[in-house]
Every structure is written in structure tokens, then in C-alpha cells.
Design a protein around this ligand. Structure first.
Ligand SMILES: Cc1cc2nc3c(=O)[nH]c(=O)nc-3n(C[C@H](O)[C@H](O)[C@H](O)COP(=O)(O)OP(=O)(O)OC[C@H]3O[C@@H](n4cnc5c(N)ncnc54)[C@H](O)[C@@H]3O)c2cc1C
Ligand code: FES
Length: 289
């Protein structure tokens, strides 16, 4: 884990209220694994005072054009990685302020942090994202396909409406099938990601049991529903929690989530240290406010 003042080399709006940011942060880019995050803070500002956790969306080498959003060339991975991309939805104090930053300005960043995803043993990996949850999943799908060249990845993304989807083609370029759901029916299946999963299962594209695995990130009610859907069908399901964090390094306990123990009770675990990725079946969803 390293703290640095990282220059912004690219920054652009990619969908409704959604921005993509590229930082020049070689140590973080080289070390980041799928599902890890970084704490990001705007220096010289007291409001917001605290950093925010952002998932590392993608990493790039020095040979990739630093301001081009196209996927990495592949050759770049033979040399050390240099840039890390983050994608954020404008929601509150930090993200509203971040959206005003210009290329050349700097952000304070420390990471990579957290446990990241395990690469599940399966034939078909379902990446299930709600809202801005896709940010934790791109690197996972790519790493899983590299380990399972005969495997299949379906990226299932749900949002309120179609103009909220930013750069879904990244998943296509990485070899994954894209499946969309929107509440208003403006893109993909009309409904939630659960409706989408039911639809894919009804078409025979998703099978129950150990041949399928799910990795999920999004709002907590959505992750609770996906975990329950998976458990009912004996499908393993990892979830990446988006619990608010203050320090990101295990000190402040602001990020705790209720995780079940062997005895059937639950206790709090720090999302920044023991997570953000947990077995979905281990989260006591009903104990979350
Ligand atoms: C591991 C991890 C990874 C994450 N990755 C990403 C990512 O890749 N991209 C991303 O966009 N986010 C990500 N998040 C969430 C991110 O850290 C921030 O929480 C998010 O960006 C909002 O920050 P903000 O300061 O803009 O909003 P805040 O100001 O903190 O507000 C957060 C929410 O609370 C509401 N709110 C704020 N103040 C009040 C109030 N007084 N009363 C009622 N409601 C209020 C806001 O409307 C907003 O919905 C991640 C979180 C975690 C834990
Ligand atoms: S954010 Fe401080 S302990 Fe997790």
C-alpha cells in the first residue's frame, strides 16, 4: 500500500452523472488485483475532509495512450503498469467536487486495499452489477477468463434507465457477454437484475449448481436479493460491499458489516480489511440498517 499525490491524466463524463478518471499512480496500478479499491481524497480541501473508497476499475501500462479509453493493448502488460482508472457516479460531496477537477490536477490516493475477489472454480461466471457496481467487476472478469480460457463470462448490469450505462463495451472487448436490465425498459430486459437472471435461466443460459458462480457489486438490497437468488439455486456468490469508510486501513471501524459466524450468530467485520469481498451467504443482510 502506498500513498501518493497522483496527477489526473484523463477525466471525462462517460454516462449520465458518471465520470471516468485516469490517475498516474504506478505503484498502485502495478499492485491492484480484481476487487481491490483505493482511498481517494481531494488535497487542500476540508470539505469533504475524508477520502472516499473507489474500486480500481482498470489498469494500463505506459505504452497505452494515457488519454485514450480503449482497452489496454496487451503488450503493455509485459512492462510495469502505470495508470489506474476509476469510474464514479456523482452522488454527494466528494463526487460532486471530483467532477470539477481538470487534467493535470492531483488527487491524494492510497491503495490498493482490501481482499479482492477469489477466482471461482466454475464454467460460467456471472458478473452481476447494480448502479455503479460494475467498477469492481471488469478486472475480475478479465483475470478469470485468463485462468479459464474455455469458460464463459456474462456481465449482467442493472440500472434505472439506459443512459446510466457508461462504457459497457469494456466488458465486450474483454471477451464477456453483456446482458442489461433497466427499470423503465429503455435498454435490455425491463426490470431488475433479478428479472434478468430469471430471464437468462429461463433461456437455459444459466444453470443451477457449482458450474455457475456469481460475483456481485451494487446497492445492498440488490446484493442481498442476488445472494438469496444464488443460494436458492446452490450457486456460489461473492459480494463486494460498498460500506462507507473513513480510513480504509483498519483503524477507525467506520466500515463494519455484520458477518455470520460458525455458531449461527453474527459479528461485525471491517469491510476495508476483511472485505470488501465476502461470501454473500455469510452476510447478515437483515442486520444492515
Ligand atoms: C470498496 C468500495 C468501493 C467503491 N467503489 C466505488 C466506485 O468505484 N465508484 C463510485 O462511484 N462509488 C464507489 N464507492 C462508493 C464511494 O466510496 C462513495 O460513497 C460515493 O462515491 C459517494 O461519495 P460522495 O462523497 O459523493 O457522497 P456522500 O456525500 O458521502 O453521500 C453519499 C450518499 O448519502 C447521501 N447523503 C449525503 N448527505 C446526506 C444527508 N445529510 N441526508 C441524507 N442523505 C445524504 C447522498 O445523497 C448520497 O446518496 C465504493 C465504496 C466502497 C466501500
Ligand atoms: S474504514 Fe477505517 S476501519 Fe475500515
Amino acid at each position: 500500500m502506498e500513498m501518493s499525490l497522483a496527477p489526473i491524466v484523463a477525466h471525462e463524463q462517460i454516462a449520465e452523472a458518471t465520470w471516468r478518471l485516469r490517475l498516474d499512480c504506478p505503484a498502485l496500478a502495478a499492485a491492484a488485483r480484481p476487487g481491490q479499491f483505493a482511498m481517494v481524497r481531494i488535497p487542500d480541501r476540508h470539505d469533504p475532509l475524508l477520502a472516499r473508497p473507489l474500486a480500481v476499475y482498470d489498469t494500463f501500462g505506459p505504452l497505452d495512450a494515457p488519454t485514450c479509453w480503449l482497452p489496454a493493448t496487451g503488450t503493455a502488460h509485459a512492462v510495469p503498469l502505470r495508470y489506474a482508472d476509476f469510474v464514479y457516479a456523482v452522488a454527494g460531496k466528494f463526487t460532486t467536487a471530483a467532477a470539477t477537477l481538470q487534467v493535470g490536477e492531483k488527487l491524494m490516493v492510497w491503495g490498493p486495499l482490501g481482499n479482492g475477489f477469489q477466482l471461482p472454480q466454475a464454467e460460467h461466471l456471472l458478473l452481476v452489477a447494480g448502479g455503479i457496481g460494475q467498477t469492481a467487476l471488469l478486472m475480475l472478469g478479465r483475470a478469470w477468463l485468463a485462468e479459464h480460457p474455455t469458460g464463459r463470462v456474462s456481465f449482467c448490469w442493472g440500472a434505472r434507465h439506459g443512459s446510466l450505462f457508461g462504457h459497457p463495451e469494456d466488458f465486450h472487448h474483454a471477451g464477456m457477454a453483456i446482458e442489461l436490465a433497466t427499470l423503465d425498459g429503455s435498454a435490455g430486459v425491463r426490470g431488475t437484475v433479478i428479472d434478468l437472471l430469471d430471464h437468462l435461466r429461463g433461456q437455459g443460459q444459466v444453470t443451477d449448481g457449482h458450474r455457475t458462480a456469481i460475483a456481485c457489486c451494487g446497492p445492498e438490497p440488490m446484493m442481498a436479493a442476488v445472494s438469496a437468488w444464488a443460494a436458492q439455486r446452490s450457486i456460489s456468490c461473492q459480494v463486494s460491499l460498498e460500506t462507507p469508510m473513513a480510513c480504509g486501513i483498519g483503524i477507525c471501524f467506520s466500515c463494519v458489516a455484520p458477518v455470520r459466524d460458525q455458531q449461527g450468530g453474527w459479528d461485525y467485520r471491517r469491510t476495508c480489511m476483511e472485505g470488501p469481498v465476502f461470501n454473500g451467504a455469510s452476510i447478515a443482510w437483515d442486520a444492515i440498517d
